[in-house]
Design a protein around this ligand. Structure first.
Ligand SMILES: Cc1cc2nc3c(=O)[nH]c(=O)nc-3n(C[C@H](O)[C@H](O)[C@H](O)COP(=O)(O)OP(=O)(O)OC[C@H]3O[C@@H](n4cnc5c(N)ncnc54)[C@H](O)[C@@H]3O)c2cc1C
Ligand code: FES
Length: 491
C-alpha cells in the first residue's frame, strides 16, 4: 500500500463549516431547478432569488465540495496566456467579451462576499504568470500587450517574486483569492435566506420532459419550467458535450509554512511541467497550495507518483514544511479554451440550460456563466451568449478516449489498498482490496457510455478514461457525466 504525505482531502472543504441540507423526498415544483451546488449552480440560484424567483437546487453530494471546493480558487482575469490567443483565433470582439465576462464574474464574487458578509478569507492579491525560460519571455510580452488592448491592467516583470529563478512574469494587480468552499457555503445561506430551497445528497438520476422539465432523484421528483444543468460536466444536454470537451486532472497539495507571506501573490507557470502556487490558511495557521501539471483523467495508472513528485518539487523549491492535505481535482478543456454555457436548443428544449468546459478557470468564468443563465431565465439577452455558445462548431478530433490503465491478470495481483480490473470474457470487473485483505468488486464498465475504468491509487477511486466520470471504491458516483453507480459484481 502506498503511503503518501498529507491527509486525503481539500484544504478548503476541510476548513468550511459542514452543510446539512435535507435530501429531497416526494414531488415538488419550482420555476427553476438548478442541478449542482457548485459555483455555477449557486450563482445562478442566487441571482434568481435576488429577483424573487422560485428556485430549487439539487446537489448530489454536499454544497461546494466538488470541483469548486477543490480548486486553487484564484479570482482573476489572468488565465495564464489567453488573450493573445483569443484575439488571434476568435477575433478582438470575442476576446473583449471574454475579458469583460471574467471581470464581471470576479467583481460579482467580491460584491457578494462583502454584501452577505461571507467569511471566506477573501483577500486581494496580484496574479503572476511566469516562465523560467528566457526564450518564452516574448510570449509574456505579447500577452501583456493583448491584455492592455482589452482594457486589463497588465505589467511585465524581469522575474516573478518567487524563491526560485524565473525569466520573466506577467503581472495583473488587484486580483483576489479566497476559500471557495466557505464562499459557496455562504452563497447557499444567501439562497435559502431569499426563499430558495436546497437539497443535498439528492443526485439527479434522470432528467426528462413531461408537461415541463422533470428531474428524478432516488426519493423525489422536481417539476420546473427551467432546468439548469450545472454539474461541471453535463449529466444531460440537448447537444452532446462529451466530444466537445476533454477531462483534465491535477494533483494538489497544501503544505504548512511559518510565514503567511512565504510567497506573496498567485502564481502560474507556463513551462512544462506547469505549476500553480498560492497561500491559504486554516485555524492552525498559514499553508501554501501547490498544483502539479495536468493529465487526462483515468489515463494515468499511477497518480500516487504525481503526489510524490509534487511533494519533492515543493520541498526543493519553496520554503514549505510538511504536507497537510492532498487531493485530485478535475475540470474540462474545450478546443478554443472558452467554456460552453447557455440554452443549447431553445426551439426543441426551451428552458434547458447548461454550463461546462471551464478549462480550469471556472471561478470567474463559472460566475459569469451563472449570471448569464439567470439573465436568460428572466427572458433577457446577454452580451456573452455568442462567446459561450454551447452549439458552436468544434474539431471532431479534439476529444480523446483512453483505455483502462489497471488491467491485471487476477485478484492475486491486487495488493491491500490497491485496485485492478479483471477481464473475464466479455465482463470486466473492478476489484479493490482493503487493508484487511478483503476484496470488493463492482462492474468496471462506466455507467455513462461503458468505457473501462482505471484505479486511482492516490484517491482510491475508479476514474473513467473517456469523459471523466469518477466513482468511489464502492462504485457510487463522485463526478459525472455518469448518474448511476457502478453495480456490484461477483468475483
Ligand atoms: C486543479 C484545479 C484548479 C483550479 N483552480 C482554479 C482557479 O484558481 N481559478 C479559477 O477560476 N478556476 C479554477 N479551476 C476551475 C474551477 O474550479 C471550475 O471550473 C469551477 O469550480 C467549476 O464549477 P462548477 O460549478 O461547474 O462545478 P462543481 O463545483 O463541481 O459543481 C457541480 C456540482 O454538481 C453536483 N452534481 C454533479 N452531478 C450531479 C447530479 N447528477 N445531481 C445532482 N448534483 C450533481 C456535484 O456534486 C457538484 O457539487 C480549477 C480547476 C482545477 C481542476
Ligand atoms: S465518462 Fe463517459 S464512458 Fe465513462
Amino acid at each position: 500500500m502506498i503511503q503518501l504525505p498529507g491527509k486525503s482531502g481539500s484544504c478548503w472543504t476541510a476548513t468550511a463549516r459542514p452543510t446539512a441540507y435535507p435530501a429531497l423526498e416526494g414531488s415538488i415544483h419550482a420555476e427553476t431547478l438548478v442541478v449542482g451546488a457548485g459555483i455555477v449552480g449557486l450563482t445562478t440560484a442566487l441571482r434568481l432569488c435576488e429577483e424573487g424567483r422560485e428556485v430549487v437546487v439539487l446537489e448530489g453530494l454536499r454544497v461546494g465540495g466538488q470541483v469548486t471546493g477543490r480548486s486553487t480558487a484564484k479570482i482573476t482575469t489572468q488565465h495564464a496566456l489567453i488573450y493573445r490567443h483569443l484575439i488571434d483565433t476568435l477575433g478582438f470582439d470575442l476576446a473583449q467579451d471574454y475579458a469583460d465576462a471574467n471581470r464581471a464574474g470576479a467583481t460579482q464574487i467580491r460584491e457578494w462576499a462583502l454584501a452577505f458578509d461571507i467569511a471566506c478569507d477573501l483577500e486581494e492579491k496580484s496574479a503572476y504568470t511566469y516562465t523560467q525560460s528566457p526564450a518564452r519571455r516574448g510570449e509574456i510580452e505579447a500577452e501583456a500587450e493583448a491584455a492592455r488592448r482589452l482594457g486589463l491592467d497588465a505589467d511585465i516583470l524581469d522575474r516573478a517574486p518567487l524563491p526560485f529563478d524565473t525569466a520573466g512574469a506577467l503581472l495583473f494587480p488587484d486580483q483576489a483569492q479566497f476559500n471557495p468552499a466557505m464562499y459557496l457555503t455562504g452563497l447557499a445561506e444567501a439562497v435559502t435566506a431569499r426563499g430558495g430551497r436546497i437539497f443535498e445528497r439528492s443526485r439527479v438520476r434522470h432528467i426528462g420532459e413531461a408537461s415541463r422539465w422533470r428531474a428524478v432523484t432516488d426519493n423525489g421528483t422536481v417539476h420546473a419550467e427551467h432546468v439548469v444543468v450545472a454539474t461541471n460536466m453535463t449529466v444531460k444536454s440537448p447537444v452532446g458535450m462529451a466530444n466537445r470537451t476533454q477531462p483534465r486532472s491535477h494533483v494538489a497539495m497544501a503544505f504548512r509554512v511559518d510565514d503567511p507571506l512565504a510567497v506573496d501573490g498567485m502564481f502560474i507557470g507556463i513551462d512544462d511541467p506547469t505549476r500553480s502556487i498560492r497561500m491559504g490558511r486554516d485555524a492552525e495557521g498559514p499553508f501554501l497550495v501547490a498544483l502539479g501539471p495536468k493529465f487526462n483523467t483515468g489515463q494515468d495508472g499511477d497518480v500516487a507518483r504525481r503526489f510524490v513528485e509534487l511533494d519533492n518539487w515543493a520541498k526543493a523549491n519553496l520554503p514549505v514544511g510538511e504536507a497537510v492535505w492532498r487531493w485530485c481535482n478535475e475540470d474540462y478543456d474545450t478546443p478554443d479554451r472558452v467554456p460552453y454555457a447557455g440554452t443549447p436548443d431553445p426551439e426543441k428544449a426551451p428552458g434547458f440550460h447548461i454550463a461546462a468546459g471551464f478549462n480550469a478557470w471556472g471561478i470567474s468564468n463559472g460566475t459569469a456563466a451563472g449570471m448569464m443563465i439567470a439573465e436568460l431565465i428572466r427572458g433577457r439577452s446577454s452580451h456573452w451568449q455568442k462567446l459561450y455558445d454551447p452549439t458552436r462548431p468544434y474539431p471532431e478530433d479534439f476529444h480523446r478516449n483512453g483505455d483502462s490503465q489497471s488491467i491485471v491478470a487476477g485478484v492475486e495481483d491486487i495488493a491491500p489498498g490497491e485496485g485492478g480490473v479483471i477481464v473475464r470474457g466479455e465482463e470486466k470487473i473492478a476489484a479493490w482490496r482493503d487493508e484487511r485483505g478483503e476484496l470488493h468488486a463492482v462492474s468496471a464498465a462506466c455507467t455513462h457510455k461503458g468505457c473501462t475504468v482505471t484505479w486511482n491509487n492516490a484517491e482510491r477511486s475508479w476514474d473513467c478514461p473517456c469523459h471523466g466520470s469518477i466513482f468511489a471504491a464502492d462504485g457510487s458516483v463522485i463526478h459525472g457525466p455518469a448518474r448511476k453507480p457502478l453495480p456490484p459484481a461477483q468475483l
